[in-house]
Design a protein around this ligand. Structure first.
Ligand code: HEC
Ligand SMILES: [Cu+2]
Length: 348
């Protein structure tokens, strides 16, 4: 093949690759809510650092080998007027080959050491910090997340509250099929495997809301299986915890009382509302539902309008989801729905 053609191809390839790198490094391109390029905690930072380290070493290799390659193509190209006889073939040089093997091994070691260190670091909470760790059990369901705090005695869904600056030790399980727990700004993903317990940990360095998403295809509404991690300073976390430990607020207005009565005619088969007879385990715990920002596993804002739509048309709101009112023979009038909305809004 014509050497110039090869050089052209390499140049075009290099140019496209360069464009890609520039697009990636463009300010703002990589700091979205689901970007693992922004590390808001030590686990995410360790993973991000090792990623970039490996990229730079690989890039160095690619540029070195690529330049020698391009140089060879150019230097030994067929020159006009030269004869095209095949030059004398030699077997190569033992020295060069040994040097290349040694260099390759060294480079592998150079990549392996920081990677292995990061692997051990992200595997479990460092020994000296075990004491302050908060334990959470995250259970993937089709298509929402249940969060239990075994040492604190509370259970919630879809919005995971954590204290800032504390290691969070997560035990990941599944209630049905494969799911995967991922909050890119806080840590890499970890699968939820039926019949198996996986572990990971993370920590948020500053207060705020972090976006999470199931990242293992788990059926119809996989794309609608989000969650939030709400990191709060100690005082706010304690306040949240105190409230979460309480039984659900008793209904106050006539409409709320009515709503609770309707709730107990079917919704209770699938939902838990602590301190009432509602002890269903199929859907999310609703004891403090009014405190949630979102609805339907992080996909809708939790407001009256969306809540009414959710109760009336759960299947239109989130295709395939397992909230099925026919199963419990519930047929709701608009007034019933309004009463249910009022009741759920009272569950602070
Ligand atoms: C057959 C079981 C079942 C019944 C009956 C049921 N639900 Fe649900 N519900 C679910 C499941 C499962 C989900 C989670 C859906 C998802 O996000 O994929 C859910 C989600 C919800 C949510 C959203 C919770 C959140 O944090 O996102 C609300 C609110 C809710 N249900 C209210 C009700 C009300 C009110 C009734 C009675 C009219 C009811 N449910 C009846 C199973 C049920
Ligand atoms: Cu999924």
């Amino acid at each position: 093949m014509n050497a110039m053609r090869i050089i052209q191809a390499v140049l075009v390839g290099g140019f496209l690759f360069g464009l890609y790198v520039v697009a990636m490094l463009w300010p703002g391109a990589l700091d979205g809510p689901m970007s693992f390029m922004v590390a808001d905690g030590p686990v995410a930072a360790a993973q991000k650092n090792v990623f970039w380290y490996t990229v730079w070493v690989s890039l160095f290799l690619m540029v070195t080998v690529g330049s020698v390659f391009i140089y060879a193509i150019y230097r030994f190209r067929a020159k006009p007027g030269a004869d095209f006889a095949v030059p004398e073939q030699s077997h190569g040089s033992a020295k060069v080959e040994i040097a290349l093997i040694v260099a390759s091994c060294l480079l592998l070691v150079v990549i392996a050491i920081p990677n292995a260190r990061a692997l051990f670091y992200v595997d479990s909470v460092p020994q000296e910090r075990r004491e302050e760790a908060i334990k959470v059990v995250a259970i993937g369901h089709q298509w929402w997340w249940e969060f239990q705090y075994p040492d604190l005695g509370v259970t919630t869904a879809n919005e995971l509250y954590i204290p800032v600056g504390k290691p969070i030790e997560v035990e990941i399980r599944s209630a049905d099929v494969l799911h995967s727990f991922w909050v890119p700004r806080l840590a890499g993903k970890m699968d939820a495997v039926p019949g198996q317990i996986n572990r990971m940990w993370f920590q948020a360095d500053k207060a705020g809301t972090y976006q999470g998403h199931c990242t293992e295809y788990c059926g119809d509404s996989h794309a609608n299986m989000r969650f939030l991690v709400e990191a709060r300073d100690d005082a706010e976390f304690e306040q949240w915890l105190r409230n979460e430990k309480k039984d659900a607020a008793a209904p106050a207005s006539v409409q709320e009382v009515n709503g609770q009565r309707i709730f107990m005619q079917g919704c209770n088969a699938c939902h838990m509302v602590k301190g009432t007879g509602a002890m269903g385990m199929v859907g999310p715990d609703l004891s403090h539902f009014a405190g949630r920002k979102t609805l339907g596993a992080g996909i809708f804002e939790n407001n009256d309008e969306n809540l009414a739509k959710w109760i009336k048309y759960p299947q239109q709101m989130k295709p395939g989801n397992l909230m099925n009112l026919q199963q419990v023979n519930m047929v709701l009038s608009d007034r019933d729905v309004d009463a249910l909305v009022a009741y759920l809004n009272s569950l602070k």
